[in-house]
Design a protein. Structure first.
Length: 339
């Protein structure tokens, strides 16, 4: 006689308390609105459901399933790759790690070199300190430097740290971070040096920071902090390594709370292009020439992005194209404006 498994126990019943709302002229019944509360009845329901799950899995089934699920879940998480002059940058979060590391390699199939490992930062090993995370990074056009956005406690008031990327031919080929005992080098890979730190620059991100053509500075969008209610106040600034953090040039002040600027720089000519959008709807593009913004693409509801490469401006847009289209013109034509 074959042995049959006992039938699975039925889950606890869930009571129905119908709440009817009229939305746009239609009556909508919600019999489980009461589960959105935080009272004793909800807690008892949750406890009963958890007990049912434990009873259903209270045999060797869970132990037999666990290894397979762990294999499926515990995998490395790879971020997009940024290529700069033959150097490949990416973030990689290893299985079980709380934070992704920033790595670089010299060839598509080359070995990863760790540039930044937030898991090694002291703040992330001390339960009494707010956690510190690396939210974004932007390599310079030549790949010799990288700007990273660092925040503590999950706020949106980023420190911008400028790091040098060591040349592996100079002997910095190790993959381990945090080799130095000094706090400044903690969490950085071998040979990585902190070139500059711009503290508390607000909500700057990877889309609002662009390296200049010579790799000696960048343009970025800084905001105020949440403490003084100024996170919507925006300035487009130019930072040059030779001038230091106290000598930044403010190129533009922008106080429209609903519109966010983005910046991009042509790596050949150094042309600065600035986009303004409300994150949905139309995008307006300008170029910064002779200290002023010259309109390029304005008065449109189309969403548009621009990238420069090899003397060409590549324009991706949904103007008259629900599935988008890719256009191109010379950088010189883009600089002239009024496309």
């Amino acid at each position: 006689m074959s042995r049959q498994s006992a039938p699975a126990p039925s889950p606890p019943e869930t009571k129905r308390e119908v709440v009817t709302e009229t939305l746009h002229g239609i009556d909508v019944d919600d019999p489980y609105r009461w589960l959105e509360g935080d009272d004793e009845a909800v807690r008892e329901w949750v406890d009963a459901q958890n007990a049912h799950v434990d009873e259903a899995l209270d045999d060797d089934l869970r132990d037999r399933l666990r290894p397979r699920f762990e294999d499926l879940v515990e995998v490395a998480d790879y971020g997009p790759i940024a290529v700069r002059e033959g150097r490949y940058f990416a973030t990689v979060r290893e299985p079980g790690a709380d934070h992704a590391r920033l790595v670089a390699r010299e060839a598509p199939d080359g070995a990863d070199r760790v540039l930044v490992d937030p898991n090694a930062w002291a703040a992330n090993r001390d339960d009494d300190r707010p956690p510190r995370s690396m939210a974004w990074y932007v390599p310079s056009h030549d790949g010799d430097r990288v700007a990273v956005g660092v925040t503590e406690g999950g706020d949106e008031n980023y420190d911008v740290r400028v790091l040098s990327v060591p040349d592996p031919s100079e002997g910095h080929s190790g993959s381990e971070a945090g080799e130095s005992d000094s706090d400044a080098a903690e969490g950085y890979g071998l040979g990585v040096e902190e070139v500059a730190v711009l503290p508390e620059r607000g909500r700057v991100n990877a889309g609002s920071l662009a390296w200049e053509a010579d790799g000696e500075g960048f343009v970025y969008v800084a905001t105020g902090g949440a403490a003084d209610g100024a996170q919507m106040d925006k300035e487009i600034r130019r930072f040059r390594l030779a001038d230091g953090t106290d000598e930044e040039d403010v190129l533009l002040e922008h106080d429209d709370q609903h519109v966010w600027p983005r910046v991009t720089v042509d790596p050949d000519s150094g042309l600065l292009a600035v986009a303004f959008s409300e994150m949905v709807g139309g995008t307006e593009w300008y170029v910064h020439v002779d200290g002023e913004l010259r309109p390029v693409l304005t008065d449109t509801d189309a969403e548009t992005s621009v990238q420069f490469h090899g003397g060409t401006a590549f324009v991706s847009t949904d103007h008259g194209a629900p599935r988008r289209r890719l256009l191109a013109c010379s950088v010189d034509r883009f600089r002239e404006g009024d496309l």
